[in-house]
Write a protein that binds this ligand. Sequence first.
Ligand code: HEC
Length: 114
Amino acid sequence: MRIAILLCCAGLLCGADVKTAVPWEKSTAAIGRDLFRENCAVCHDIDKDQKHSHKFGPSLMHVFQNGQMPMSHAKASRQYVTVRIKFGGALMPAFQKKLSDREIAELVDYIESK
Ligand code: HEC
């Protein structure tokens, strides 16, 4: 009986993959990163600058550090980025129906951290 429990625990430990931690163990940064990968990365780079980015939308790397948005040249702010995510743009889809306010805030946290 004891051995069975031990084996079971060992299996759980070995099987546990840090990258696929259960959602309630994820840090906010990881949540933002995953939301970005799922919803934005098809069209936006965040680890490549504009010069090296070949995606449909502008690269969002360092937008907060630069203080300016890459395409519209608007002042970079949480409010501006939040509005763009919610309502989209001429070529960008709107996410207000797809993502909750909390998820959008997590995305903005992530973009701000890059
Ligand atoms: C289908 C492709 C597509 C997807 C998906 C997409 N975007 Fe965009 N995004 C664009 C394009 C193209 C532009 C620039 C033209 C426009 O405003 O429509 C843009 C513009 C932006 C801007 C404004 C840039 C500026 O210079 O003002 C922000 C911020 C932004 N996207 C963030 C995001 C985030 C965050 C996500 C994920 C939730 C996302 N986008 C998903 C295509 C996309």
